[in-house]
Every structure is written in C-alpha cells, then in structure tokens.
Design a protein around this ligand. Structure first.
Ligand code: MRU
Length: 355
C-alpha cells in the first residue's frame, strides 16, 4: 500500500535483518527500523513496534529464520534453535499467526539436513509466508468488497489494515478494494483505547490511500449504529476458534452486540492462518493482559511536537487491561477469508481449512 505515494510492505527481510515500519510512531512520524537478530525481532513484537496479527506472524517467521541464521554449527545448534523458538513464542500470547509462523519455519528447516540447507529453507519459507499473507489479504478484499454498497459507511475497531499484515489488511482489504473499484465508501474508525490503534493507525493508513475516515470515541459506535449512520461492521481477528468464536481487540464484542441490536451485519475478516482448531471455542483462547499504565495514562504528541504521556486517573488507583475479547460466533454474520465468505460454525470452518 502507499505511503506518500510510494508502495510499501509493513515488514520484509533484508539479508539477515528484518525491516519494519515503527508503528509506535505513526501517525506522527514514518520510520523504518532494522532488527539485526532474532532477539531484536522478538523485542519488537513484544513492545509493539510491530503489531496486528498478520504482521506479528510475519515478524515471528522472519525472527525464526534469523534464529537459524545465527545458530552455531555442530554442538549447541539444537539448544540454540529451541531457545530462539521459545523466546519468540513468549512475545505475545493471543495472535495465532505468531504460533502458526514459528511452527511452519521450524518444519521447513527440519526437512533439511545441514545447517546451511536449514538456513536456506527457513528464509525461503519465511518469505513465502509473508507473500502468502499479502496474497490472502488481497483475496479477502476481493471477496469482501461486494458486501460494501456504493455510498456505505463501514465501522471498524482497532487496526486490521495493511499495517497489521504484510499488505492490504483483513478488515480494511474490502474497503480498499471497493475504493479502488470506484465505490464511495467511508470509514468510522473506533479510537480503540487504550493503545488507540484506530485513531493512530487505521485513520493514518486510510488517509494515505485517500479513503474518507472519521475517528470516533469507542463509546460513540452504538449511537451511530442505532441512528442508521453505519451500514456494515467489519473487524479483524487475532485468533478464531474451531466453532467460529473470534478473539479481537478489546471492545470488539461490544461492537458486535451493538450491531446485533441495530440489525446490522457484523463480519470478521481473517486469513486461514488465524484459525486455531486446537481451541474448541473462544473460552480456550488465551487473552493477553497488558500493563495497567496503558489505561492510566494517554500517550501522544503535543502541539510543540514533543511525545509525552499524561495521567488520566487519580494517583494510587489501579487498572485492569485485558487486550482482547471474544465475540461469540452467534453474533458474527460471516467470516471473510481468502477462500470465500463462510459461516461462523464448526462444519464450515473445518471444510475451508481442509481445502
Ligand atoms: O496492536 P495489537 O497487536 O495489540 O492489536 C491487534 C490487532 O491489530 C487487532 O486486534 C486487530 O484487529 C486484529 S487483525 C490484525
């Protein structure tokens, strides 16, 4: 997708390094960071330099390739690989794409015999997965675009655009496809407290692409749905259970309830790498608990250009900060995947994953 008119991917490999957009600075600054080894890549995932399920998955895949590039030959190799794998696994708990990518790279490397062959296989597979992620999202856009009528307003929560993947995005891919096809489409982007992915990332990337967008406070969504100012809700997902329950950024569940109450369609868009059949339902999906400070403070850039954080709760008060919630399958109209739009139920999910 475009930044200042130039095509970018969110993340890529450059020799032994991983390069990615520093998402914590957006929308205030656009910088590419270089991650020289797997420890730096793991830290970038953990500290949200890279964020969003698909981008986290690509980062994990590249990070695991770096593990093989750094591994010593001979004694100590297997222990080094195991240490790298576990370090990357421990970065963030909810996004299934992370675990999917790590296992894919390991399997690719395991099929080789010598360390040089393992390195080649790991890097090749990591690049393949990144390409497949971009391709899947493009297909999600093609399948989802017909859901958007000319003149429609789409509400989304968090950021499931191209910054959250390698390219195109999941929830925003249908919007981009509809926009490029000449439809008039506008987006209401929930601010998405506490980390404000909607205000920071979704609003920025839609603006870069020329799609009209307005940021709304998270609490405004219900009113605007009720008053007929939204025609469709599309969000992404961090993990989808075997029965169609879907984990996504905290607050998504409430948007699904509001959509149901207002008779609006509520779609989840995600590539098949986000599905986890090992979770029979949403209760089995691990939910990340993040620092209370994210709730107790707001972070941004002041009019003089300085970044700072400002406390919004009384000193001494504590906070809870679950980062994701689970929308039950019965509130989801359909799941937009790279193989088509499917019903959020066990049979349809099993069938599409078996294809
Ligand atoms: O910023 P994160 O990584 O905590 O947020 C994750 C997400 O981007 C969302 O939950 C998103 O809607 C899932 S789809 C990429």
């Amino acid at each position: 997708m475009k930044v200042n008119g130039r095509d970018y991917r969110t993340i890529w490999m450059d020799g032994p390094c991983v390069k990615t957009i520093e998402q914590r600075l957006i929308p205030h600054a656009f910088e590419i960071v270089t991650l020289a080894d797997y420890a730096q890549t793991a830290e970038a995932i953990k500290t949200m330099v890279v964020r969003g399920a698909g981008a986290i998955g690509a980062a994990a895949g590249f990070g695991m390739a770096q593990v093989y590039l750094q591994a010593p030959d001979g004694a100590g190799r297997d222990a080094f690989v195991e240490e790298g794998y576990q370090t990357l696994r421990a970065t963030r708990p909810t996004a299934q794409d992370l675990f999917f990518a790590l296992d894919e790279i390991r399997a690719a490397a395991d099929s080789a015999r010598t360390l040089p062959e393992m390195r080649t296989a790991a890097v090749a597979r990591a690049n393949e997965l990144a390409d497949a992620n971009a391709q899947a999202c493009r297909r999600i856009g093609e399948f989802g675009a017909p859901l958007i009528a000319d003149g429609a307003t789409v509400l989304t929560h968090c950021n499931a655009g191209w910054l959250a993947f390698v390219d195109w995005g999941s929830a925003l891919a249908p919007v981009y496809a509809a926009h490029r096809a000449g439809k008039k489409v506008r987006v209401l982007a929930d601010e998405t407290r506490p980390r404000c992915q909607g205000a920071n990332l979704t609003a920025w990337e839609l603006s870069q692409e020329g799609v009209p967008v307005e940021v709304i406070a998270d609490n405004a969504a219900g009113l605007l749905m009720r008053r007929g100012q939204v025609q469709l809700v599309i969000t992404g997902a961090d993990r989808i259970a075997a029965n169609g329950d879907a984990a996504n950024k905290i607050g998504t569940y409430e948007k699904a309830l509001c959509a149901k109450a207002s008779g609006l369609p509520f779609y989840i868009a995600a590539p098949l790498s986000t599905f986890d059949l090992k979770c029979p339902n949403g209760d089995a999906i691990p939910i990340e608990e993040r620092s209370a400070d994210e709730v107790l403070y707001v972070y941004g850039r002041d009019d003089a250009g300085a970044f700072s954080r400002v406390r919004v709760a009384p000193q001494g008060v504590s906070a809870r900060n679950p980062a994701f919630d689970v929308t039950p399958a019965e509130l989801i109209t359909g799941l937009i995947t790279e193989k088509g739009i499917i019903a959020p139920n066990r049979a349809a999910i099993a069938k599409v994953l078996a294809k």
